[in-house]
Design a protein around this ligand. Structure first.
Ligand SMILES: Cc1cc2nc3c(=O)[nH]c(=O)nc-3n(C[C@H](O)[C@H](O)[C@H](O)COP(=O)(O)OP(=O)(O)OC[C@H]3O[C@@H](n4cnc5c(N)ncnc54)[C@H](O)[C@@H]3O)c2cc1C
Length: 358
C-alpha cells in the first residue's frame, strides 16, 4: 500500500524483520481466484485486475499475471457441495461445469473415478509475487520514500497532531500511521489505543513436492477440493499443495504441524496418482503462514474511531495478494484524497461497519 501513497506523500515502511514479505505474504500460494470470498472481496479482485495487467514502468518486464485455470473437483459423496458451489459460480459466470472425463483430460494426475464432476474457472491466474514486490520497492525508491527493515514498532503516541513512533531503528514522526501489521495488527492497534477489531489468525500449511517423472507441472491447472479439504498447484517446476487448514493461532513465526502435513499427503494420495516414494524423496519442503480475519471475513481499511490519524489495513484473510492493488488504492484515496476505485464502497471495509466485529 505504501507505493500507492508515495506519489503524494512521504512514506516510511517500518518492517520488523530483516526483509519484507517474511510472514503471510511470502508464504502464500500467490494465485488470483475471481470467485473467492464474499461479494466485497470479489469486487476488490475485479478492481485489482487493471493494476496487474498495466505496465507501471517499474518491476519485471514480463506480465504479473499468468494463465493457470482452477478446477474444483467433487467425489460422488460431494455432489451436494458441488451443486451449491455451482449455483454461486455459474450465476456470476465465473466458471463452467466439467464432466469427469474432461477433468481427467485437463488433470491427468487425477485417479480415474475419483472426481465425478467439477467446475472450471479459466480466469484463475498465477501472480508473480517476487515481481510484484520488486515493482513496489522500485516505485517507493523512485518516489523518495523508504523501506526500513529491522524496525519493530514497540511504542506509539500522538502529540500535537503527530504520531511519535519508537522503533528498533530509532524514532519516527508522522501525521498518519497505517497499521498493516498482518497477524500483529491487533497488538499494534492496542499500542496506539485504537478500538479492538477482534482479529483472529488462522494457520495454513504449504508443501512443495517434486513432480512425478514425465510430468510438466506448468501445463497443469490448479485443482482444489470443492469442500476446501486440499489444493494442488504448479509452482516454478514443482507442485505446491495445502490441506487448506485453518487452525486458530497466536501471531508468530508459525511452523507446520506434522499432522497437517500427513493429512495433506493422505488426501493427495487418495485423489492423485502420485509416486509411492512421495514423502520420503519428493517432499521438498513444508511451511505454514497466518491468514488474519475479522468476524465477517472482509478486510478492514479505514481510520480508527478512537485513535486519530490511525489507519487500519488489516484482516486480508486468504486473498491479501490478489486484492492488494484495489485495497491499496482505496487506502490511498481515504488517506490522501483522490478517487475511490470503481465498484468499491468504502463503507464495506470500514472498521465501524456492522458485522466487522461479529
Ligand atoms: C498458506 C497461505 C496461502 C495463501 N494464498 C494466497 C493466495 O493464493 N492469494 C492471495 O491473494 N492471498 C493468499 N494468502 C493470503 C495472503 O498471504 C495475506 O492475505 C497477505 O499476505 C497479508 O499481507 P499483510 O501485509 O497483511 O501481512 P504480512 O505479510 O504478514 O505482513 C505484515 C508485516 O508486519 C510486520 N510487523 C508486525 N508487527 C510489527 C511491528 N510492531 N513493527 C514493525 N513491523 C511489524 C511483520 O513482520 C510482517 O512482515 C495466503 C496465505 C497463506 C498463509
Amino acid at each position: 500500500m505504501a507505493s500507492a501513497l508515495s506519489g503524494t506523500a512521504r512514506v516510511a515502511v517500518l518492517e520488523r524483520e530483516n526483509l519484507p514479505g517474511y510472514h503471510a505474504t511470502g508464504r502464500s500460494a500467490a494465485i488470483l481466484i475471481s470467485s473467492l470470498g464474499p461479494p466485497e472481496i470479489q469486487a476488490l479482485t475485479q478492481a485489482s485486475l487493471a493494476f496487474f495487467k498495466q505496465d507501471h514502468g517499474f518491476g519485471p518486464k514480463t506480465p504479473l499475471l499468468r494463465a493457470r485455470g482452477l478446477i474444483m473437483i467433487a467425489r460422488e459423496d460431494q455432489r451436494e457441495a458441488l451443486a451449491e458451489r455451482a449455483e454461486e459460480m455459474l450465476a456470476h459466470k465465473r466458471a463452467v461445469t466439467l464432466e469427469a472425463e474432461e477433468i481427467r483430460l485437463r488433470m491427468p494426475l487425477l485417479r480415474p473415478g475419483y472426481a465425478v464432476g467439477g467446475l472450471y474457472e479459466a480466469e484463475a491466474r498465477d501472480i508473480d509475487l517476487p515481481g510484484l514486490m520488486t515493482l513496489h520497492r522500485e516505485k517507493l525508491r523512485h518516489d523518495g520514500s523508504e523501506l526500513i527493515c529491522n524496525a519493530e514498532v514497540f511504542a506509539l503516541q500522538r502529540h500535537s497532531g503527530l504520531w511519535q513512533l519508537e522503533t528498533a531503528a530509532g524514532r519516527f514522526a508522522a501525521p498518519v500511521v497505517v497499521n498493516a501489521a498482518g497477524a500483529w495488527a491487533e497488538q499494534l492497534g492496542a499500542l496506539a489505543g485504537a478500538a479492538p477489531l477482534g482479529l483472529e489468525s488462522l494457520r495454513r500449511t504449504g508443501l512443495f513436492l517434486e513432480p512425478p517423472e514425465g510430468v510438466t507441472p506448468e501445463e497443469l491447472p490448479m485443482v482444489a477440493d470443492v469442500e476446501g479439504r486440499f489444493y494442488l498447484k504448479p509452482e516454478a517446476g514443482r507442485l505446491m499443495a495445502s490441506p487448506a487448514d485453518s487452525v486458530l493461532s497466536l501471531p508468530g513465526d508459525v511452523k507446520p504441524d506434522p499432522l497437517d502435513v500427513a493429512l495433506c499427503l493422505d488426501r493427495l494420495r487418495a485423489a492423485f496418482d502420485l509416486p509411492a516414494d512421495l514423502p520420503a524423496r519428493r517432499l521438498l519442503s513444508t511451511w505454514a503462514g497466518l491468514r488474519s480475519f475479522v468476524a465477517d471475513g472482509v478486510p478492514v481499511c479505514g481510520f480508527d474511531d478512537r485513535a486519530k490519524g490511525f489507519f487500519w489495513l488489516a484482516g486480508q484473510g486468504g486473498c491479501g495478494i490478489q486484492c492488494s492493488p484495489a485495497l491499496a488504492a482505496l487506502a490511498g484515496a481515504l488517506i490522501a484524497g483522490g478517487p475511490v476505485p470503481e465498484g468499491l464502497d468504502p463503507e464495506w471495509f470500514s472498521p465501524r461497519r456492522p458485522g466487522a466485529l461479529g
